[in-house]
Design a protein around this ligand. Structure first.
Ligand SMILES: Cc1cc2nc3c(=O)[nH]c(=O)nc-3n(C[C@H](O)[C@H](O)[C@H](O)COP(=O)(O)OP(=O)(O)OC[C@H]3O[C@@H](n4cnc5c(N)ncnc54)[C@H](O)[C@@H]3O)c2cc1C
Length: 454
Protein backbone atom coordinates (compact mmCIF):
# COMPACT_ATOMS: atom_id res chain seq x y z
CA UNK A 1 0.00 0.00 0.00
CA UNK A 2 1.28 3.46 -0.69
CA UNK A 3 -0.35 6.82 -0.14
CA UNK A 4 -0.48 9.10 -3.15
CA UNK A 5 1.33 12.43 -2.95
CA UNK A 6 -0.68 15.23 -4.56
CA UNK A 7 1.39 17.61 -6.64
CA UNK A 8 -1.42 19.45 -8.45
CA UNK A 9 -1.05 23.21 -8.15
CA UNK A 10 -4.60 23.56 -6.80
CA UNK A 11 -4.10 21.08 -3.99
CA UNK A 12 -0.73 22.53 -3.02
CA UNK A 13 -2.22 26.04 -3.01
CA UNK A 14 -5.02 24.89 -0.71
CA UNK A 15 -2.43 24.14 2.01
CA UNK A 16 -0.19 27.18 1.41
CA UNK A 17 -1.70 29.55 3.99
CA UNK A 18 -2.40 29.58 7.68
CA UNK A 19 -3.44 32.42 9.99
CA UNK A 20 0.01 34.04 9.93
CA UNK A 21 -0.50 36.01 6.72
CA UNK A 22 2.50 34.18 5.19
CA UNK A 23 2.25 31.99 2.11
CA UNK A 24 4.42 28.90 1.47
CA UNK A 25 3.47 26.41 -1.23
CA UNK A 26 4.58 22.83 -0.47
CA UNK A 27 6.19 20.61 -3.11
CA UNK A 28 3.58 17.92 -2.42
CA UNK A 29 0.66 17.17 -0.11
CA UNK A 30 -0.41 13.89 1.51
CA UNK A 31 -3.65 13.26 3.36
CA UNK A 32 -3.24 9.92 5.12
CA UNK A 33 -6.36 8.30 6.58
CA UNK A 34 -4.68 5.91 9.02
CA UNK A 35 -1.84 6.04 11.51
CA UNK A 36 -0.07 3.34 9.51
CA UNK A 37 -0.18 5.53 6.42
CA UNK A 38 1.45 8.38 8.35
CA UNK A 39 4.28 6.04 9.39
CA UNK A 40 4.68 4.84 5.82
CA UNK A 41 4.80 8.38 4.43
CA UNK A 42 7.38 9.55 6.95
CA UNK A 43 9.52 6.45 6.39
CA UNK A 44 9.43 7.03 2.64
CA UNK A 45 10.28 10.72 3.07
CA UNK A 46 13.22 9.82 5.35
CA UNK A 47 14.54 7.38 2.76
CA UNK A 48 14.31 10.07 0.09
CA UNK A 49 15.69 12.84 2.36
CA UNK A 50 12.49 14.82 1.89
CA UNK A 51 11.20 17.26 4.52
CA UNK A 52 7.84 16.65 6.21
CA UNK A 53 5.74 19.35 7.85
CA UNK A 54 2.70 18.16 9.79
CA UNK A 55 -0.45 20.27 9.55
CA UNK A 56 -3.72 20.12 11.46
CA UNK A 57 -6.32 22.89 11.20
CA UNK A 58 -3.70 25.35 9.89
CA UNK A 59 -4.75 28.02 12.37
CA UNK A 60 -1.13 28.72 13.27
CA UNK A 61 -0.46 32.43 13.65
CA UNK A 62 3.28 31.97 13.10
CA UNK A 63 3.54 30.13 9.78
CA UNK A 64 4.31 26.85 11.59
CA UNK A 65 1.85 24.78 9.54
CA UNK A 66 3.01 25.85 6.08
CA UNK A 67 6.17 25.06 4.14
CA UNK A 68 7.80 25.43 0.76
CA UNK A 69 10.14 22.52 1.46
CA UNK A 70 9.03 18.96 0.75
CA UNK A 71 5.83 17.33 1.91
CA UNK A 72 2.90 18.93 3.70
CA UNK A 73 1.36 16.13 5.76
CA UNK A 74 -2.26 16.95 6.58
CA UNK A 75 -3.52 15.00 9.59
CA UNK A 76 -7.14 16.09 9.26
CA UNK A 77 -8.39 12.68 8.10
CA UNK A 78 -7.18 11.05 11.34
CA UNK A 79 -10.43 12.00 12.99
CA UNK A 80 -11.50 9.13 15.25
CA UNK A 81 -12.43 9.56 18.87
CA UNK A 82 -11.12 6.20 20.12
CA UNK A 83 -12.60 6.10 23.65
CA UNK A 84 -13.89 8.21 26.52
CA UNK A 85 -13.11 6.28 29.69
CA UNK A 86 -14.84 7.86 32.69
CA UNK A 87 -13.30 5.35 35.14
CA UNK A 88 -9.78 6.35 34.15
CA UNK A 89 -10.85 9.94 33.44
CA UNK A 90 -9.19 9.96 30.03
CA UNK A 91 -10.15 10.46 26.42
CA UNK A 92 -8.19 8.97 23.52
CA UNK A 93 -8.44 10.55 20.09
CA UNK A 94 -6.57 10.69 16.83
CA UNK A 95 -4.53 13.78 15.99
CA UNK A 96 -6.91 15.25 13.40
CA UNK A 97 -9.98 15.46 15.66
CA UNK A 98 -11.04 19.07 16.17
CA UNK A 99 -10.56 20.13 19.77
CA UNK A 100 -14.06 21.65 19.95
CA UNK A 101 -15.66 18.41 18.72
CA UNK A 102 -13.73 16.41 21.29
CA UNK A 103 -14.69 18.80 24.09
CA UNK A 104 -18.37 18.50 23.15
CA UNK A 105 -18.17 14.69 23.01
CA UNK A 106 -16.60 14.65 26.50
CA UNK A 107 -19.11 17.18 27.86
CA UNK A 108 -21.98 14.97 26.66
CA UNK A 109 -20.66 12.34 29.08
CA UNK A 110 -20.21 14.83 31.95
CA UNK A 111 -16.51 15.53 31.50
CA UNK A 112 -14.55 18.71 30.97
CA UNK A 113 -11.61 18.61 28.59
CA UNK A 114 -10.17 21.82 29.93
CA UNK A 115 -7.87 23.44 27.30
CA UNK A 116 -9.85 26.16 25.49
CA UNK A 117 -7.92 28.04 22.79
CA UNK A 118 -10.13 30.58 21.02
CA UNK A 119 -9.55 28.54 17.85
CA UNK A 120 -10.89 25.31 19.41
CA UNK A 121 -13.52 24.81 16.69
CA UNK A 122 -10.90 25.00 13.92
CA UNK A 123 -7.77 23.53 15.51
CA UNK A 124 -6.87 19.86 15.91
CA UNK A 125 -5.70 17.88 18.91
CA UNK A 126 -2.31 17.32 17.20
CA UNK A 127 -1.85 21.02 16.48
CA UNK A 128 -2.91 22.06 19.98
CA UNK A 129 -0.40 19.61 21.47
CA UNK A 130 2.38 20.64 19.07
CA UNK A 131 1.85 24.31 20.10
CA UNK A 132 1.09 23.63 23.79
CA UNK A 133 -2.00 25.72 23.15
CA UNK A 134 -3.85 27.41 25.98
CA UNK A 135 -6.85 29.64 26.44
CA UNK A 136 -8.72 31.91 28.81
CA UNK A 137 -9.44 29.11 31.28
CA UNK A 138 -5.80 28.07 31.39
CA UNK A 139 -5.63 30.47 34.33
CA UNK A 140 -7.17 27.66 36.38
CA UNK A 141 -6.47 24.52 34.37
CA UNK A 142 -3.11 25.21 32.71
CA UNK A 143 -2.18 24.83 29.02
CA UNK A 144 -2.33 21.54 27.04
CA UNK A 145 0.76 20.06 28.70
CA UNK A 146 -0.69 18.93 32.07
CA UNK A 147 -3.65 17.31 30.27
CA UNK A 148 -1.60 15.08 27.97
CA UNK A 149 -1.03 11.68 29.56
CA UNK A 150 0.12 9.59 26.58
CA UNK A 151 1.03 10.05 22.91
CA UNK A 152 1.49 7.84 19.87
CA UNK A 153 4.13 9.46 17.69
CA UNK A 154 5.61 8.68 14.30
CA UNK A 155 9.29 9.44 14.70
CA UNK A 156 11.52 10.96 12.02
CA UNK A 157 12.56 7.51 10.71
CA UNK A 158 8.94 6.42 10.38
CA UNK A 159 8.91 4.23 13.52
CA UNK A 160 5.71 4.45 15.58
CA UNK A 161 6.33 4.89 19.32
CA UNK A 162 3.99 5.21 22.28
CA UNK A 163 4.92 7.31 25.30
CA UNK A 164 3.09 7.30 28.67
CA UNK A 165 3.49 9.94 31.32
CA UNK A 166 4.77 8.35 34.57
CA UNK A 167 2.28 8.34 37.42
CA UNK A 168 4.78 8.61 40.24
CA UNK A 169 5.45 11.49 42.58
CA UNK A 170 9.21 11.04 42.93
CA UNK A 171 11.92 10.25 40.42
CA UNK A 172 15.68 10.79 40.45
CA UNK A 173 16.60 8.89 37.30
CA UNK A 174 18.25 11.06 34.70
CA UNK A 175 18.04 14.72 33.83
CA UNK A 176 14.66 16.45 33.86
CA UNK A 177 14.87 16.85 30.07
CA UNK A 178 14.77 13.06 29.56
CA UNK A 179 12.35 11.94 32.26
CA UNK A 180 9.04 12.47 30.44
CA UNK A 181 9.26 11.84 26.68
CA UNK A 182 5.60 12.94 26.38
CA UNK A 183 6.85 16.44 27.13
CA UNK A 184 9.29 16.42 24.21
CA UNK A 185 6.45 16.67 21.72
CA UNK A 186 4.25 19.19 23.53
CA UNK A 187 5.22 22.59 22.15
CA UNK A 188 7.65 21.03 19.63
CA UNK A 189 5.81 22.57 16.63
CA UNK A 190 6.13 19.38 14.58
CA UNK A 191 9.94 19.40 14.75
CA UNK A 192 10.48 16.17 16.74
CA UNK A 193 7.79 13.75 15.56
CA UNK A 194 4.28 13.51 14.15
CA UNK A 195 1.61 12.95 16.80
CA UNK A 196 -1.01 10.50 15.54
CA UNK A 197 -2.98 9.81 18.71
CA UNK A 198 -3.24 11.36 22.17
CA UNK A 199 -4.62 10.41 25.54
CA UNK A 200 -5.87 13.45 27.46
CA UNK A 201 -7.05 13.72 31.04
CA UNK A 202 -10.58 14.75 32.00
CA UNK A 203 -12.07 16.72 34.90
CA UNK A 204 -15.70 16.55 36.09
CA UNK A 205 -17.78 19.36 34.57
CA UNK A 206 -18.45 22.05 37.18
CA UNK A 207 -22.11 22.21 38.23
CA UNK A 208 -22.34 25.92 37.54
CA UNK A 209 -20.30 28.55 35.69
CA UNK A 210 -20.95 32.27 35.58
CA UNK A 211 -19.20 34.91 33.53
CA UNK A 212 -18.86 38.54 34.62
CA UNK A 213 -17.87 41.57 32.55
CA UNK A 214 -16.46 44.52 34.50
CA UNK A 215 -16.12 47.76 32.50
CA UNK A 216 -13.75 50.45 33.81
CA UNK A 217 -13.16 54.09 33.02
CA UNK A 218 -9.41 53.54 32.73
CA UNK A 219 -7.02 50.81 31.60
CA UNK A 220 -4.98 51.29 34.80
CA UNK A 221 -8.03 50.51 36.98
CA UNK A 222 -8.78 47.38 34.94
CA UNK A 223 -5.23 46.06 35.19
CA UNK A 224 -5.04 46.79 38.92
CA UNK A 225 -8.34 44.91 39.34
CA UNK A 226 -6.81 41.86 37.60
CA UNK A 227 -3.88 41.83 40.03
CA UNK A 228 -6.24 42.15 43.02
CA UNK A 229 -8.48 39.37 41.67
CA UNK A 230 -5.52 37.01 41.49
CA UNK A 231 -4.49 37.79 45.04
CA UNK A 232 -7.91 38.07 46.73
CA UNK A 233 -9.35 35.38 48.97
CA UNK A 234 -12.97 34.27 48.67
CA UNK A 235 -12.99 34.31 44.87
CA UNK A 236 -11.42 31.82 42.49
CA UNK A 237 -11.25 33.17 38.93
CA UNK A 238 -11.15 30.58 36.21
CA UNK A 239 -10.22 33.28 33.72
CA UNK A 240 -9.29 36.97 33.78
CA UNK A 241 -9.45 38.40 30.28
CA UNK A 242 -8.66 42.01 29.38
CA UNK A 243 -9.73 44.43 26.63
CA UNK A 244 -7.90 47.73 26.35
CA UNK A 245 -9.52 50.95 25.12
CA UNK A 246 -9.56 49.99 21.42
CA UNK A 247 -10.59 46.37 22.03
CA UNK A 248 -13.40 47.70 24.25
CA UNK A 249 -14.68 49.77 21.34
CA UNK A 250 -14.80 46.61 19.22
CA UNK A 251 -16.76 44.64 21.83
CA UNK A 252 -19.09 47.59 22.54
CA UNK A 253 -19.96 47.55 18.83
CA UNK A 254 -20.30 43.74 18.78
CA UNK A 255 -22.67 43.71 21.77
CA UNK A 256 -24.40 46.99 20.89
CA UNK A 257 -24.52 47.64 24.63
CA UNK A 258 -24.86 51.43 25.11
CA UNK A 259 -23.55 51.19 28.69
CA UNK A 260 -20.22 49.98 27.35
CA UNK A 261 -19.66 52.89 24.98
CA UNK A 262 -18.18 55.01 27.77
CA UNK A 263 -15.86 52.27 29.04
CA UNK A 264 -12.13 52.45 28.35
CA UNK A 265 -11.33 48.89 29.43
CA UNK A 266 -13.17 45.66 30.26
CA UNK A 267 -12.16 42.66 32.37
CA UNK A 268 -14.06 39.42 31.82
CA UNK A 269 -13.92 36.83 34.62
CA UNK A 270 -15.51 33.46 35.27
CA UNK A 271 -16.27 31.49 38.41
CA UNK A 272 -17.00 27.78 38.13
CA UNK A 273 -17.76 25.22 40.78
CA UNK A 274 -20.42 23.29 42.63
CA UNK A 275 -21.30 26.08 45.09
CA UNK A 276 -23.14 29.37 44.70
CA UNK A 277 -20.69 31.75 42.91
CA UNK A 278 -19.38 34.56 45.16
CA UNK A 279 -20.85 37.37 43.06
CA UNK A 280 -20.98 39.84 45.96
CA UNK A 281 -17.25 39.45 46.62
CA UNK A 282 -16.50 40.11 42.95
CA UNK A 283 -18.65 43.23 42.89
CA UNK A 284 -17.08 44.53 46.08
CA UNK A 285 -13.59 44.07 44.66
CA UNK A 286 -14.56 45.71 41.37
CA UNK A 287 -16.03 48.69 43.25
CA UNK A 288 -12.71 49.17 45.01
CA UNK A 289 -11.24 49.65 41.53
CA UNK A 290 -13.91 52.12 40.38
CA UNK A 291 -15.84 49.77 38.10
CA UNK A 292 -18.64 51.39 36.08
CA UNK A 293 -21.33 49.67 38.13
CA UNK A 294 -24.24 50.24 35.76
CA UNK A 295 -22.31 48.54 32.96
CA UNK A 296 -21.39 45.32 34.82
CA UNK A 297 -22.89 42.25 33.11
CA UNK A 298 -23.36 38.71 34.49
CA UNK A 299 -23.62 35.68 32.18
CA UNK A 300 -25.39 32.73 33.79
CA UNK A 301 -26.13 29.55 31.84
CA UNK A 302 -24.77 27.99 28.66
CA UNK A 303 -26.47 30.37 26.19
CA UNK A 304 -25.30 33.49 28.05
CA UNK A 305 -21.74 32.15 28.32
CA UNK A 306 -21.78 31.49 24.58
CA UNK A 307 -22.77 35.14 24.03
CA UNK A 308 -19.86 36.29 26.17
CA UNK A 309 -17.49 34.05 24.23
CA UNK A 310 -18.90 35.46 21.01
CA UNK A 311 -18.15 39.10 21.85
CA UNK A 312 -14.69 38.30 23.16
CA UNK A 313 -13.91 36.55 19.89
CA UNK A 314 -15.04 39.64 18.00
CA UNK A 315 -11.70 41.27 18.80
CA UNK A 316 -9.33 38.80 17.02
CA UNK A 317 -11.91 38.34 14.24
CA UNK A 318 -12.11 42.11 13.67
CA UNK A 319 -8.33 42.44 13.58
CA UNK A 320 -8.17 39.60 11.08
CA UNK A 321 -10.74 41.39 8.88
CA UNK A 322 -8.94 44.71 9.13
CA UNK A 323 -5.68 43.11 7.98
CA UNK A 324 -7.18 41.13 5.09
CA UNK A 325 -7.21 43.92 2.44
CA UNK A 326 -3.49 44.58 2.99
CA UNK A 327 -2.38 41.00 2.34
CA UNK A 328 -2.23 41.56 -1.40
CA UNK A 329 0.30 44.38 -0.75
CA UNK A 330 2.52 42.32 1.57
CA UNK A 331 0.82 43.57 4.74
CA UNK A 332 -0.43 41.35 7.55
CA UNK A 333 -1.67 41.33 11.11
CA UNK A 334 1.14 41.57 13.64
CA UNK A 335 0.18 39.94 16.90
CA UNK A 336 2.31 39.49 19.99
CA UNK A 337 2.23 36.47 22.27
CA UNK A 338 4.63 37.56 25.03
CA UNK A 339 3.85 37.07 28.71
CA UNK A 340 5.29 38.42 31.95
CA UNK A 341 4.55 37.67 35.62
CA UNK A 342 0.99 39.02 35.92
CA UNK A 343 1.79 41.77 38.45
CA UNK A 344 4.24 43.33 35.96
CA UNK A 345 1.77 43.49 33.08
CA UNK A 346 0.68 47.14 33.48
CA UNK A 347 4.29 48.32 33.66
CA UNK A 348 5.38 46.36 30.57
CA UNK A 349 2.32 47.47 28.56
CA UNK A 350 3.21 51.06 29.48
CA UNK A 351 6.74 50.58 28.13
CA UNK A 352 5.34 48.99 24.96
CA UNK A 353 3.03 51.95 24.40
CA UNK A 354 5.92 54.37 24.84
CA UNK A 355 7.96 52.45 22.23
CA UNK A 356 5.07 52.67 19.75
CA UNK A 357 4.74 56.42 20.33
CA UNK A 358 8.48 56.94 19.91
CA UNK A 359 8.42 55.02 16.62
CA UNK A 360 5.41 56.97 15.37
CA UNK A 361 3.19 53.93 14.91
CA UNK A 362 -0.41 53.58 16.07
CA UNK A 363 -1.09 52.03 19.45
CA UNK A 364 -1.86 48.29 19.34
CA UNK A 365 -5.32 46.86 19.93
CA UNK A 366 -4.62 44.84 23.07
CA UNK A 367 -6.67 42.02 24.57
CA UNK A 368 -6.14 38.64 26.16
CA UNK A 369 -5.16 36.68 29.19
CA UNK A 370 -4.20 39.40 31.68
CA UNK A 371 -4.59 36.99 34.59
CA UNK A 372 -1.58 35.12 33.20
CA UNK A 373 0.26 38.35 32.34
CA UNK A 374 -0.34 37.39 28.70
CA UNK A 375 -1.88 40.04 26.44
CA UNK A 376 -2.01 39.94 22.64
CA UNK A 377 -1.02 43.30 21.13
CA UNK A 378 -2.39 43.56 17.59
CA UNK A 379 -1.57 45.86 14.71
CA UNK A 380 -2.49 45.93 11.05
CA UNK A 381 0.72 46.12 9.05
CA UNK A 382 -0.30 47.71 5.77
CA UNK A 383 2.88 46.99 3.79
CA UNK A 384 6.14 45.07 4.29
CA UNK A 385 7.85 48.30 5.45
CA UNK A 386 5.07 49.01 7.92
CA UNK A 387 5.27 45.43 9.26
CA UNK A 388 9.01 45.91 9.74
CA UNK A 389 8.53 49.12 11.74
CA UNK A 390 5.93 47.44 13.94
CA UNK A 391 8.22 44.46 14.51
CA UNK A 392 11.03 46.78 15.58
CA UNK A 393 8.72 48.08 18.30
CA UNK A 394 7.76 44.50 19.22
CA UNK A 395 11.41 43.54 19.51
CA UNK A 396 12.14 46.47 21.83
CA UNK A 397 9.19 45.34 23.95
CA UNK A 398 10.41 41.73 23.97
CA UNK A 399 13.73 42.83 25.45
CA UNK A 400 11.82 44.44 28.33
CA UNK A 401 9.65 41.32 28.62
CA UNK A 402 12.74 39.13 29.03
CA UNK A 403 14.33 41.55 31.50
CA UNK A 404 11.12 41.29 33.57
CA UNK A 405 11.30 37.48 33.63
CA UNK A 406 8.82 36.85 30.81
CA UNK A 407 8.64 34.85 27.60
CA UNK A 408 8.50 35.92 23.95
CA UNK A 409 5.83 33.32 23.09
CA UNK A 410 3.36 31.94 25.62
CA UNK A 411 0.89 29.96 23.51
CA UNK A 412 1.20 30.42 19.74
CA UNK A 413 4.74 29.07 19.43
CA UNK A 414 7.52 30.58 17.33
CA UNK A 415 6.94 28.99 13.93
CA UNK A 416 8.69 30.78 11.12
CA UNK A 417 7.66 34.32 12.04
CA UNK A 418 9.12 34.42 15.54
CA UNK A 419 11.95 31.87 15.47
CA UNK A 420 14.47 34.71 15.17
CA UNK A 421 13.54 35.88 18.67
CA UNK A 422 14.48 32.63 20.43
CA UNK A 423 18.01 33.90 21.33
CA UNK A 424 16.44 36.80 23.23
CA UNK A 425 15.18 34.26 25.73
CA UNK A 426 17.43 31.19 25.63
CA UNK A 427 21.13 31.36 26.46
CA UNK A 428 23.85 29.60 24.46
CA UNK A 429 23.74 26.44 26.61
CA UNK A 430 19.96 26.18 26.33
CA UNK A 431 20.14 26.67 22.57
CA UNK A 432 22.87 24.02 22.35
CA UNK A 433 20.71 21.54 24.26
CA UNK A 434 17.70 22.39 22.08
CA UNK A 435 19.70 21.65 18.93
CA UNK A 436 21.13 18.47 20.47
CA UNK A 437 17.62 17.16 21.21
CA UNK A 438 16.52 18.04 17.68
CA UNK A 439 19.55 16.26 16.23
CA UNK A 440 19.02 13.17 18.39
CA UNK A 441 15.36 12.76 17.40
CA UNK A 442 15.59 14.08 13.84
CA UNK A 443 19.19 13.65 12.64
CA UNK A 444 18.37 14.65 9.05
CA UNK A 445 16.55 17.81 10.18
CA UNK A 446 13.62 16.78 7.99
CA UNK A 447 10.69 17.54 10.33
CA UNK A 448 9.06 20.97 10.06
CA UNK A 449 12.20 22.79 8.84
CA UNK A 450 12.22 26.48 9.72
CA UNK A 451 9.94 26.11 12.73
CA UNK A 452 11.29 27.15 16.11
CA UNK A 453 14.96 26.79 15.11
CA UNK A 454 15.67 29.52 12.56
C1 LIG B 1 -8.55 33.14 15.50
C2 LIG B 1 -7.46 32.38 16.21
C3 LIG B 1 -7.47 32.27 17.58
C4 LIG B 1 -6.46 31.57 18.24
N1 LIG B 1 -6.53 31.47 19.59
C5 LIG B 1 -5.60 30.76 20.24
C6 LIG B 1 -5.69 30.64 21.66
O1 LIG B 1 -6.60 31.15 22.30
N2 LIG B 1 -4.72 29.92 22.27
C7 LIG B 1 -3.72 29.31 21.58
O2 LIG B 1 -2.89 28.66 22.20
N3 LIG B 1 -3.61 29.43 20.25
C8 LIG B 1 -4.53 30.13 19.56
N4 LIG B 1 -4.43 30.25 18.21
C9 LIG B 1 -3.30 29.63 17.51
C10 LIG B 1 -3.61 28.20 16.98
O3 LIG B 1 -4.96 28.11 16.68
C11 LIG B 1 -3.32 27.13 17.98
O4 LIG B 1 -1.95 27.10 18.26
C12 LIG B 1 -3.76 25.73 17.55
O5 LIG B 1 -3.61 24.85 18.61
C13 LIG B 1 -3.06 25.14 16.34
O6 LIG B 1 -3.75 23.95 15.96
P1 LIG B 1 -3.90 23.52 14.44
O7 LIG B 1 -4.53 22.19 14.37
O8 LIG B 1 -4.54 24.60 13.66
O9 LIG B 1 -2.37 23.38 14.04
P2 LIG B 1 -1.65 23.88 12.73
O10 LIG B 1 -1.81 25.35 12.62
O11 LIG B 1 -2.04 23.06 11.58
O12 LIG B 1 -0.15 23.55 13.12
C14 LIG B 1 0.48 24.21 14.18
C15 LIG B 1 1.80 23.53 14.51
O13 LIG B 1 1.55 22.22 14.97
C16 LIG B 1 2.23 21.25 14.18
N5 LIG B 1 1.35 20.10 14.08
C17 LIG B 1 0.06 20.06 13.67
N6 LIG B 1 -0.42 18.81 13.79
C18 LIG B 1 0.59 18.04 14.26
C19 LIG B 1 0.72 16.68 14.60
N7 LIG B 1 -0.29 15.83 14.49
N8 LIG B 1 1.91 16.23 15.07
C20 LIG B 1 2.97 17.08 15.20
N9 LIG B 1 2.90 18.37 14.91
C21 LIG B 1 1.72 18.86 14.45
C22 LIG B 1 2.49 21.94 12.86
O14 LIG B 1 3.63 21.39 12.21
C23 LIG B 1 2.74 23.35 13.32
O15 LIG B 1 4.04 23.46 13.78
C24 LIG B 1 -5.41 30.96 17.50
C25 LIG B 1 -5.40 31.06 16.11
C26 LIG B 1 -6.40 31.76 15.47
C27 LIG B 1 -6.37 31.85 13.98
Amino acid sequence: MSVALATDADVRAAYARDASGLERTPESVARPATQGEVAELVMQAAAEHRSVTAAGGQTSTTGASITDRGLLLSLRALDKIVEIDGDRRIVRAEAGVLLGDLKRACAAEGWLLAPDPTSEDECTIGGAIACNASGARSLRYGAMRPHVSALSVVMADGAMERFHRMRIEKNTVGYAAVQEPVDWFIGSEGTLGVVVEAELSLTPLPARTIGMAFPFASEADALAFVVSARQATGIDPRCLEYCDRQATQIVATATNDPAWKAALAIVYAEEAGDDEPPLESWLALAEQHHVIEAAVRVYDGEAALRDARHWRHAVPATMHERAAPFRAHGGRRVSTDWAVPYAKLARVLGRAQAFADAAGIAQAVTFGHAGNGHPHQNWVGESPEHVLRIEEVVERTLKVVIAEGGTVAAEHGLGKLKARWIPLQLGARQLGLLRAIKHELDPQGMLAPGNLIA
